[in-house]
Design a protein around this ligand. Sequence first.
Ligand code: ZN
Length: 315
Amino acid sequence: MRSPQSHPSAPGPAAPSARARRRAASRRLSALATLFVLILLPLLAAGCGSDDDQGPPPDRFDSDRAFDLIEQQVAYGPRPAGSKALQNLGPKLLRQLPQGTVQPLAGGLRNLIGVIPGRAPAILVAAHYDTEATIPNHVGANDGAAGTAAVIELSRAVAKELPEDHREVRFVLFDGEEEPAGCPDSQFLECALRGSKAYAAEHADEIGDLILLDYIANGGLQLPMEANSDSELWTRMRAAADEVGASEYFPDTVGAAVIDDHAPFLQRNVPSIDLIDFKYTFADTAEDTPDKLDRRALDAVGESVAQLVIDLSDD
Ligand SMILES: [Zn+2]
């Protein structure tokens, strides 16, 4: 939190007294802080507890393990669809998905699929695991190693917490989200999104909700509703974030419309949301590296989506 301050700019004789004023102000502040901690905080906590016995926010999502998995992916270097690097990485990711299977695609591409079986319609949690084909040295820490790591970690985080008779939950890593070389921007929908288009064509009728994770871990993360996303599902996303104390990352505003892996599902009327901070400064550059990421942001998204999946699984 930052409070507005006046900055006395006059140097010289005024300076000592300005310092003194600041010291006095800071003493008053710490006295207020002590008052808050000693008296008001217990009162507030008691007030909450008397309504419904709320403990600390849940801690289901292991952001350290997810962050390690981001770094492991980045260590493979650029990983465009069809590259040797992505073919080498694939089996390592697949092993970490529950009941992992592969959907083979044209051109040797592969979607990686995990499932926690349950009732129809399934909840789909997805990201893409390829990086840019046309940007030299693009290693995609935020785009899409972070989403990929979060999908895998979410499969562990929710497994033990789903209610009895829960809906099926699928965890899918799409190949070929990024456009191949020679695809003009205006043709993105036609030549990119290869994995999601193939998966939607075969399985959209089995899916009740799609939660897509794209730029979710950058410093200063803010996730307004992506404008193509389903607003009802987004309302539940924000409610889940609120439940786990992460609402600061989900402002009640609408951001840019993005053509992403949710497009083929939206076209088939599957309620879908795309978590993407489209203001991420290092998107589509060689600077999209792990040092630009924030573990707290990654954790907040992980905990929020875990809560949303658990909530939806009881519908
Ligand atoms: Zn992406």
